[in-house]
Write a protein of this length. Sequence first.
Length: 320
Amino acid sequence: MRRWSRRAICLLGALIAGSCAPEPARDESACAVGLHILGVAQDAGRPQIGNPRDPAWTDPALRRLATSLALIDRRGETPKRWLFEATPDIKEQMHRLNVAAPSPRPLNLAGVFLTHAHIGHYAGLIMFGHEASGAQNIQVYAMPRMADYLGENGPWDQLLRLHNIYLAIMTANMPEALGNDMTVTPFLVPHRQEYSEVAGYQIQGPEKTVLFIPDIDSWEDWDAQGTRIENRIANVDIALLDATFFADGEIPGRDMSGFPHPFVAHSMARFAALPVEEKRKIRFIHMNHTNPLLNPGAPEREQVRRAGFNIAGEGEEFCL
């Protein structure tokens, strides 16, 4: 069967109809390989359900999506795109991805990497089902317990039975090759494990590497397991780190001392002795709706920057 190029079809259509829509222009300024931030908030986004006084309900500029990343390889005729986390905001995030890296197939994904079974990190998979996009054979990378959870519980098992998705089961500390010069390596981190283990990722591009840890109980718990976060930071160019809460007392009326996340204030104190170039690598991400770092002009944002660190922003893209 003869295959016609889009240009040939377009020219034929022009002869018949007298017009032809132009092909989308390629953005020559975009990264050849880039990591695009699709969301920076905690699992439930901002504004969060049950918080009617949040000004984000009436000011769209204050809204933030659940934490998600897209790895984009634009070096071919059609970009290859991998998603990190399938969040409850996946519809909006796929739209943003299609704007950042247009594809002839809007649902075109080379894979989806999951960190764990908390709602903000996997619940968006349901949008690949037959009630929504009816996706076909999207590869979902998961650690063994995460894969078992998806395969043994509805409605996720239906996605597998209907071949909306299929699972690529990863091994901790074993790189997944995405091409000749790109890898993604999962590693285990201590965090609530009700349904699955919890992973972080080291994302290796042709020239640069990113560390992605959206959830962890504490840096000290990792110390006790033989891993120091400072060593991980030293081996990458960008470190996207858990910033769920800024400081104790952030949620009125609740004792936050046992919350399973490192407060940003604590992380800054721990990293205070790092060299300037190491601090610059750190970008705080995965912020709860109560976290003042989500508020433009908040003094806490300036405090983070004065200390030498950064805050992840939606729409940012880092060339790798």
